[in-house]
Design a protein around this ligand. Structure first.
Ligand code: ZN
Length: 190
C-alpha cells in the first residue's frame, strides 16, 4: 500500500517548497530516506489485527486483565507530526485471553497509521471487543502531540488523555474505578 516513489516525489517537492536546494549534499538522499522510513512509521495499514488477536488461551478466571504503559508512536493526521505516549488496555475475559504481547502489537498496528488520538483509542478497544469477545474492554491513552508543543500554542509537557469504554466497562462505574486503581498501583507502591 505504501508507494515509496510517490513519497519520494512529495518530499522532494516539499524541500523545494521550503525554498531549499534539493541537490545540496545534505538533502540529496533525504526523499529516499524518508520514503523508506514511512514503510515503518505507517506500516500499520498492512497488518491484520484479527490475525494478531486470533491465538487465544482458555481461562476460567473472569477477572480484569490490565496491560499498562504500552509505549507507542503515531502520526497526527492533521499535521503529519508525531504524537506519542502510553496506552493502557484492560479487558474482562469471557473464557479466553490473548498473549500480553498481542495487546502491544494491536496498539502498534493502529498507531502506525495517520491518526487522531481519540480514534486510535476507540479502534484499539473495538478490535479487542470484536476479536476477543470479552465482557468488556477499556483503553486509556495519554500522549504528547508535537503539533501542540513545537508549533501553535506551544505547550510542552501537556498531555492529551483519551478513553474508550465498551461492554461491561460502559455499564459499570465500579469497573472503571477498578481500572484506575490498578493503573495507579505502581505509584502507590513506590
Ligand atoms: Zn496535529
Amino acid at each position: 500500500m505504501i508507494n515509496q516513489e510517490k513519497i519520494k516525489q512529495a518530499v522532494s517537492l516539499l524541500i523545494e517548497g521550503i525554498g531549499e536546494d534539493k541537490n545540496r549534499p545534505g538533502l540529496l538522499e533525504t526523499p529516499e530516506r524518508i520514503a523508506r522510513m514511512y514503510n515503518e512509521i505507517c506500516g500499520g495499514y498492512e497488518e491484520d489485527v484479527e490475525q494478531i488477536l486470533s491465538k487465544t488461551f482458555p481461562v476460567d478466571n473472569g477477572q480484569m486483565v490490565l496491560e499498562k504503559d504500552i509505549t507507542f508512536y503515531s502520526m497526527c493526521e492533521h499535521h503529519l507530526l508525531p504524537f506519542y505516549g502510553k496506552a493502557h488496555i484492560a479487558y474482562i475475559p469471557d473464557g479466553k485471553v490473548v498473549g500480553l504481547s498481542k495487546l502491544a502489537r494491536t496498539v502498534e498496528v493502529f498507531a502506525k497509521r495517520l491518526q487522531i488520538q481519540e480514534q486510535m483509542t476507540d479502534q484499539i478497544a473495538q478490535a479487542i471487543m470484536d476479536y476477543l469477545s470479552p465482557k468488556g474492554a477499556m483503553v486509556v491513552v495519554e500522549a504528547e502531540h508535537m503539533c501542540m508543543t513545537m508549533r501553535g500554542i506551544k505547550k510542552p509537557g501537556s498531555k492529551t488523555v483519551s478513553m474508550a469504554v465498551k461492554g461491561a466497562f460502559a455499564e459499570d462505574e465500579a469497573l472503571r474505578r477498578q481500572f484506575f486503581e490498578l493503573l495507579s498501583l505502581e505509584k502507590k507502591l513506590d
